[in-house]
Design a protein around this ligand. Structure first.
Ligand SMILES: CC(C)=CCC/C(C)=C/CC/C(C)=C/CC/C(C)=C/COP(=O)(O)OP(=O)(O)O
Ligand SMILES: O=P(O)(O)OC[C@@H](O)CO
Ligand SMILES: [Mg+2]
Length: 251
C-alpha cells in the first residue's frame, strides 16, 4: 500500500514550483501564538498577497505549535506549511510539511534520528510531505539552528561545498532545497549561490535567514528563487508587509 501522502496531489510543491519570488512569512510559535497578534499578522499578510505561512522554531513546545497552526487555519486561506525544528512540531491541521534533512551538518539526529522518532506519526497525519534538503550557510552570527543541532554551517565563501551538498540532496531524492543563513543572520544567502545552483539543477529553491529588504528579495527573485522566507524583520516591523504589498504589485 502506498503511504497516504503519496496519494495526495503535491499541491503545495506544485505551487512552490510554479513561480519565483513568492513570499513566506515565518511564524515562530514560541514568540507569536496569541490570537490578537496572529490576527494582525494574517490581515497584513493577506493585504500583502503573501504566498505562505511557514510555522516553526528551533525551540517550540508542541502545544504552542499546534495552537498557532489551528489559529492560522481558522483565520486564513493562505497555505500553512510546517517548518519543524524538531519532531514535536507536527500538526494535522497544516497544509504541508517540509520534511527537513539537515544536510549541511553531520549530526545523525537531524539526518535520520528525528525522522525515525516521528515516522508513524508523520504517516498518520495524512498531509502533503515535501522532502527538503535543508542547508545552512554561514550568515555571520551563530544561528539558533546551528546551536540546537550542534552542527556548523557551510562557510559562506565556499560555494563548491554548498553546490555539491545541493546536488547530493537532490540525488538522494529531496525535492526542495532550502538554503538558510539562520534566523536573524547578518548576511543573507548570496544570490550568486542560487544562480550557480540553478545552472546545475532544476530544483525548487527556498531561501531564508536575514532577509530584511526589498532589494534582497528582488535579487533573490531575479536568480530564480521560488520562495523567500521572512521572519525576524516582520516580527520587528510588521509594516514591512506594506512594502511587500508594493513589491508584489509592481513585480
Ligand atoms: C522529521 C521532522 C518531523 C522534523 C525534522 C527536524 C529537523 C531535521 C530539523 C532541522 C534542523 C532545525 C533545528 C531546523 C529549525 C528550522 C527553524 C524552524 C528555524 C527557525 O529558527 P528560529 O526558531 O526562528 O530561530 P530563533 O530561535 O533565533 O528565533
Ligand atoms: O528570521 P529570519 O532572519 O528572517 O530567518 C528566517 C528563516 O529562514 C530562519 O530559519
Ligand atoms: Mg524565530
Amino acid at each position: 500500500m502506498l503511504p497516504p501522502f503519496m496519494r495526495l496531489n503535491e499541491e503545495i510543491y506544485k505551487q512552490f514550483k510554479s513561480k519565483t519570488g513568492q513570499i513566506a512569512v515565518l511564524i515562530d510559535p514560541e514568540k507569536t501564538h496569541e490570537l490578537s497578534v496572529l490576527k494582525r499578522i494574517v490581515e497584513k499578510s493577506a493585504f500583502a498577497n503573501v504566498d505562505y505561512f511557514f510555522v516553526g522554531g528551533s525551540t517550540v513546545m508542541r502545544k504552542d505549535f499546534q495552537n498557532t497552526i489551528a489559529i492560522l487555519k481558522s483565520l486564513t486561506e493562505i497555505p500553512v506549511v510546517m517548518f519543524p525544528g524538531d519532531f514535536q512540531q507536527l500538526s494535522r491541521d497544516a497544509d504541508a510539511l517540509l520534511y527537513l534533512s539537515l544536510l549541511s551538518g553531520r549530526n545523525p539526529e537531524y539526518l535520520i534520528g528525528q525522522h525515525v522518532k516521528s515516522a508513524k506519526e508523520v504517516l498518520q497525519l495524512n498531509i502533503e510531505v515535501i522532502p527538503t534538503a535543508y542547508i545552512l550557510i554561514d550568515g555571520g552570527t551563530q544561528s539558533s539552528v546551528a546551536y540546537v543541532s550542534q552542527t556548523s554551517p557551510i562557510p559562506k565563501n565556499n560555494s563548491s561545498i554548498a553546490l555539491n551538498t545541493a546536488i547530493a540532496g537532490i540525488l538522494k531524492g529531496n525535492k526542495v532545497l532550502y538554503f538558510d543563513a539562520g534566523s536573524g543572520a547578518k548576511n543573507s544567502v548570496d544570490s550568486s549561490l542560487i544562480k550557480e545552483v540553478k545552472e546545475h539543477l532544476e530544483a525548487v529553491t527556498i531561501v531564508g535567514g536575514g532577509v530584511r529588504t526589498l532589494e534582497q528579495i528582488q535579487e533573490l527573485e531575479k536568480v530564480g528563487t521560488n520562495v523567500i522566507v521572512v521572519g525576524n524583520k516582520i516580527e520587528e516591523d510588521i509594516d514591512f508587509l506594506l512594502d511587500v504589498q508594493n513589491y508584489k504589485q509592481t513585480n
